[in-house]
Design a protein around this ligand. Structure first.
Ligand code: GDP
Length: 503
């Protein structure tokens, strides 16, 4: 990706071009200021406007976050159901509004959800608070200096929001349907603050309905701006559709002049592995990957049970992709090998002519085959190829501690590679490519599971994650529309044809 000036590797770039704030205790979160030493691709430079907005936002998080007077009053108002006396509103409280991001589904989903909620928080001047469950409190460092982004465990809705669904009465869609709220004049969009509900639940999950989807319309954003607490559930990256909301467009353009690097910056700003996870990343990198001339990351995610039964097809897809795109050298058969002149290698000269492959997968099977292949056979180029896989957890465990720590470490290790081959559809791969600033080669889901797709993989149009369940609605004409054709930089994804991504 040579679209912009990359960051230079200097001490100043410890802060990633001003993206990261100063003033944290470095030992409490070593990854924040050490990771640049491990990155071969320094990544994109954030815009001055993004840097300035982040510093302003940090100030908001400190002023309104947990353990402040404003937070306590806002929570009290939520307990009281929003019906506070008008004169009880201090001017300060008027300025403190919140968006709570529910932690839901796999780690990749949770990271994309938190990044989406954060961008929405910045655009709407709200404080972001993250549901600490599912280990969100243990896997990551605090992103904002001098405060916490974790929702306190005694939050009034804490015992109920885990069960919020499309059916919840307080969902935005249901409140519209039941005329508790309205943008059409039936209940005025500018109804007095005291009559507004204390909170609204934003159901932005894959099964959301037409009412919930109105979230992506300007009038609805105006209405929502009067509600102090918003509780958001999503399992995907809603950002591409935020770019279609007119009210947000000028600000988004200023924040992200490079639209293909939105998650790249949000992710590098927000998600720093906690020390125990950073230990997994740094030790593994130094022990197995650091000396290789080139690092090729291969993320294998097999979603289809039928496909899992024919792993040979997936293996062939990986090797044919890597060979066709010249990411890895081909191997010779015994006859070719015998006919090759012996290349002038020394037993110690390995590192400047070597490639390391980092495989991540729930199973060890692909790793074992690829490793054996590069041991048993010589390569056509004479390069040495070492093959590594940190863990094989066999299946997706839910709510188990070391499991998510390993998953996070592996996503991060993938992001340190020079090139990436990913499995389409996987949010695990999206996070790695975004953090790494890498436009991956994506292995498509085969239509016919018994044959390798042709081509086996393709270069993604950008490093951005794909929004898997975007709305197809035009807020102005109030009709269905293909939202992938409205703006040149919001397009359909290659891996999920109806999805949307920024390019
Ligand atoms: P997605 O399902 O591929 O979109 O990715 P998610 O990260 O949301 O959910 C998959 C979960 O399965 C991860 O969070 C991990 O817990 C686990 N998982 C999937 N692939 C791997 C892998 O390669 N390594 C490890 N350690 N865990 C994985």
């Amino acid at each position: 990706d040579d679209k912009s000036i990359p960051l230079a590797r200097s001490a100043a770039d410890k802060l990633l071009g001003g993206l990261l704030p100063e003033g944290f205790d470095e030992k409490s979160c070593r990854s924040r200021y050490e990771s640049y030493l491990y990155r071969r691709n320094p990544g994109r430079r954030p815009s001055p406007h993004l840097v300035a907005r982040l510093r302003m936002h940090e100030e908001l998080q400190r002023r309104c976050g947990p353990n402040t007077e404003s937070y306590n009053r806002a929570v009290q108002r939520l307990r009281d159901g929003g019906a506070a006396e008008a004169d009880a509103h201090s001017p300060d409280d008027e300025q403190c509004k919140y968006v709570v991001s529910i932690s839901y589904r796999g780690l990749g989903n949770r990271i994309l959800a938190a990044a989406s909620a954060f961008l929405y928080a910045v655009l709407t001047g709200r404080v972001l608070l993250v549901d600490p469950s599912n280990e969100m409190d243990e896997l990551f460092c605090e992103p904002f200096p001098g405060t916490t982004w974790l929702l306190p465990r005694d939050f009034p809705l804490a015992s109920s929001y885990a069960n919020f669904s499309a059916d919840t009465a307080e969902s935005y869609g249901n409140m519209l349907k039941n005329k508790v709220l309205g943008t059409d004049g039936s209940t005025d969009g500018d109804m007095p603050a005291a009559q507004m509900p204390a909170f609204a639940y934003l159901h932005l999950d894959h099964d959301y309905g037409d009412g919930d989807k109105m979230f992506f319309c300007d009038d609805d954003q105006r209405l929502l701006s009067n509600i102090q607490w918003l509780v958001m559930r999503t399992d995907t990256y809603i950002v591409p559709s935020l770019f279609l909301v007119t009210t947000f467009q000028d600000e988004l353009d200023a924040l992200f002049p490079e639209r293909d690097a939105v998650f790249h910056h949000l992710g590098r700003y927000l998600f720093h592995p906690a020390n125990h996870v950073w230990g997994l990343v740094a030790r593994y990198y130094r022990a197995y990957l650091a000396t290789a001339r080139q690092l090729v990351g291969v993320q294998v995610r097999v979603f289809d049970h039928r496909q899992a039964k024919s792993p040979h097809v997936v293996l062939e897809q990986i090797t044919s992709c890597a060979w066709k795109e010249k990411l890895l050298p081909e191997v010779l058969d015994a006859v070719e090998d015998a006919a090759m002149p012996t290349p002038p290698t020394t037993p110690h000269g390995g590192s400047n002519n070597s490639k390391a492959v980092l495989i991540t997968s729930l199973r060890p099977w692909f790793y074992e085959r690829i490793k054996a292949m590069y041991w048993e056979r010589a390569t056509a180029t004479g390069e040495d190829v070492s093959v590594h896989q940190p863990s094989h957890e066999e299946y997706q465990h839910f709510g188990e501690k070391s499991h998510d720590g390993k998953a996070w470490a592996e996503m991060y290790l993938l992001s340190l590679c020079d090139v990436l081959v990913t499995s389409g559809w996987s949010t695990f791969g999206y996070v790695a490519q975004g953090l790494g600033g890498l436009r991956p080669w994506v292995m498509y889901k085969p239509v016919n599971i018994t044959a390798v797709p042709d081509p086996p993989c393709g270069r993604d149009v950008s490093m951005e994650p794909c929004f898997h369940s975007p709305p197809f609605y035009d807020c102005k004409t109030k009709r269905g529309v293909d939202t992938g054709t409205i703006l040149p930089h919001v397009r359909h994804c290659d891996d999920v044809s109806w999805g949307l991504k920024l390019v």
